[in-house]
Ligand binder design. Structure first.
Ligand SMILES: Nc1ncnc2c1ncn2[C@@H]1O[C@H](COP(=O)(O)OP(=O)(O)OP(=O)(O)O)[C@@H](O)[C@H]1O
Ligand SMILES: [Mg+2]
Length: 393
């Protein structure tokens, strides 16, 4: 059928035509926004899940919800090799720019921008003169606030000031952090401490995160009270009804239907994982001659969808691993699809567990595997074991 009208959207952070099966998380976030705006004590939210389950999409939806309530919003994507100081400064700059036109006292905005600039300029790279980066803020940097160089103190002061600007307008500020497991350890600790301070003062600023399933343990390793700061929402594959709706509703908009056995086969193939639902749906649409999309259409299109996934979804990640890391992952895949004991991986490779730590740690850093619980390791990418078993070693 007409590929131009194809509604499905496989891709990183691609907004799906129908955000299926996430009503509970959306409702929870509504409540968070409402309570924070009213100065009620409330835990912020952190979304966790495997690759391709829709964390980024959900975070973007939360951001839209906050913007609809006229909140100031900003978003960053954490990177393991980068301090969050500059990205946070840029994100709060965006948030304040959203609020500024509605604020009655321009000098309050200017005052905040001066603090924000001072905060941004304390970046270690800028201090060493190794960077010509400038925060793009016109006002002169102020002195004596958020510029101590200690990120915990500086973030706390910055957040308090930002929250106070939002309070003037009766709204809040939401700072979104994607790939939050990649925030450097020292920065995680500073971030949690700043959120903790802020939650005690009731200031309307929240940090909303998304990351891989081990994010809660990253946060609690840094600050034991992190569980009281964040409500963890683990999102997973869609159940049968939601997966069907994700396919049916966008098609219906285009007056296209699926036969029941086509839906059965699509669910079997995609296993409810949102990325796979979009990928199989997209190819089935393109190859089906007419509505309804039938079981035969799905059968004909599945190999092409699998091929695309093998290259784009699995292959691109596999490519990032070194030969030693690949061996490690192949050994994991041979053991099984559930989280596997690291000791068993070492056994399978005939190695001492300690000698494999570098490979394991760098795979974790690359976001390909995560430590499910102590001594257990699992793939972050759904169906990755199956993909590896089909690869020649
Ligand atoms: N609730 C949903 N219903 C239908 N499709 C969805 C849903 N959530 C996400 N998708 C689709 O799944 C794909 C992956 O979404 P997204 O990039 O948000 O995943 P992610 O969890 O952030 O993955 P990664 O860990 O790789 O960053 C996108 O193509 C998106 O359109
Ligand atoms: Mg993402």
């Amino acid at each position: 059928m007409d590929p131009v009208r194809n509604p499905y959207a496989p891709g990183a952070g691609q907004r799906p035509p129908e955000l299926a099966g996430r009503d509970r998380e959306l409702q929870q976030f509504e409540v968070v926004l409402e309570r924070v705006a009213r100065g009620r004590p409330e835990r912020s939210m952190v979304v966790t899940g495997l690759r391709g389950v829709g964390k980024t999409v959900l975070l973007n939806t939360f951001k839209s919800m906050a913007m609809q309530r006229l909140w100031g919003t900003g978003k960053i994507e954490a990177r393991p090799d980068q301090s969050i100081r500059r990205p946070v400064a840029a994100a709060l700059h965006m948030a304040i720019r959203e609020l500024a036109p509605r604020h009655r006292a321009p000098e309050r905005i200017e005052e905040f921008l001066g603090v924000l600039k001072a905060f941004a300029m304390r970046d270690p790279a800028a201090a060493k003169g190794t960077s010509h980066w400038s925060p793009g803020i016109e006002v002169p940097a102020s002195r004596g606030r958020a510029d101590s160089g200690d990120l915990e103190i500086d973030l706390t002061e910055l957040f308090v000031d930002a929250a106070s600007v939002a309070t003037d307008l009766g709204v809040g500020i939401a700072l979104f952090i994607d790939e939050m497991q990649d925030v450097q350890a020292a920065d995680v600790s500073a971030l949690c401490a700043a959120c903790h301070e802020l939650s005690q003062s009731g200031g309307p600023l929240i940090v909303v995160g998304a990351g891989l399933p081990h994010l809660p343990s990253v946060l609690s390793a840094s600050k034991s009270y992190s569980e009281r700061l964040f409500r963890y929402a683990r999102i997973d594959k869609l159940d049968r009804d939601a997966a069907d709706l994700a396919l049916i509703l966008p098609a219906r908009e285009e007056e296209v239907e699926f036969t029941q056995d086509a839906l059965d086969a699509l669910y079997e193939a995609a296993d409810g994982y949102p990325y796979f639902v979009q990928a199989y749906g997209k190819v089935a649409w393109d190859l089906a001659p007419r509505s309804p999309i039938t079981l035969d259409d799905v059968k004909v299109s599945a190999p092409e969808a699998e091929e695309e996934l093998a290259v784009g979804f699995f292959g691109s990640r596999y490519e990032r691993a070194t030969p030693a890391e690949r061996d490690y992952m192949h050994a994991m895949a041979q053991i099984g699809d559930e989280p596997v004991p690291t000791a068993e991986v070492a056994d399978a490779l005939g190695r001492k567990p300690s000698s494999l730590s570098p490979a394991r740690d760098s795979l974790i850093k690359k976001g390909l595997i995560y430590s499910a619980e102590r001594g257990l390791i699992a793939f972050t990418v759904p169906h990755f074991g199956r993909f590896l078993r089909a690869q020649p070693i």
